[in-house]
Design a protein around this ligand. Structure first.
Ligand code: IDP
Ligand code: MG
Length: 139
């Protein structure tokens, strides 16, 4: 059943550059309600767990190093059609292919350091939110 929730995290490149506030403003202006938010940092092992689905991809080890290289800002967001609408707001994985006005077009540095994560399904949004926040049903 759709939950109207998605999960996101501002990645180390964007957090380090002081772009968290600008990105959160775009998220709120696009109609998403912030259900949960914190600033934290992953160990390389935790990053590996989060991205386990990509463990066979050639970029996996670099990705885990990068994702543990600095603070991140994970969030649970709520909006009708949240997962699909949020993927539109962030743009393509590779910022070179991202539409004008998307978060990745504005803030991403590369296909790896691409500023922000967005869940790809309701099921993964639930799993990924639970990876960072406990008892989210109470929020
Ligand atoms: P997504 O974040 O747009 O859903 P995925 O294919 O799920 O993209 O990849 C997860 C993350 O892995 C990307 O956001 C990016 O940080 C990194 N990544 C994806 N493809 C590549 C690549 O070809 N080279 C380096 N890093 C990549
Ligand atoms: Mg993905």
């Amino acid at each position: 059943m759709p939950t109207n929730r998605t999960f996101t995290m501002i990645k180390p490149d964007a957090a380090q550059d002081g772009n968290s506030g600008s990105i959160i403003k775009m998220i709120e202006e696009a109609g998403f309600r912030i259900v949960a938010l914190k600033r934290t940092q992953l160990t390389v092992e935790r990053a590996g767990e989060f991205y386990a689905v990509h463990s066979e991809r050639p970029f996996y080890n670099d990705l885990c190093q990068y994702m543990s290289s600095g603070p991140i800002v994970p969030m649970i967001l709520e909006k009708e059609n949240a997962v699909a609408d949020f993927r539109i707001l962030i743009g393509a994985t590779n910022p070179a292919n991202a539409d004008e006005g998307t978060i990745r077009k504005l803030f991403a540095k590369s296909i790896e350091a691409n500023a922000i994560h967005g869940s790809d399904s309701d099921e993964n949004a639930e799993i990924e939110g639970g990876f960072f926040f406990a008892h989210t049903e109470q929020f």
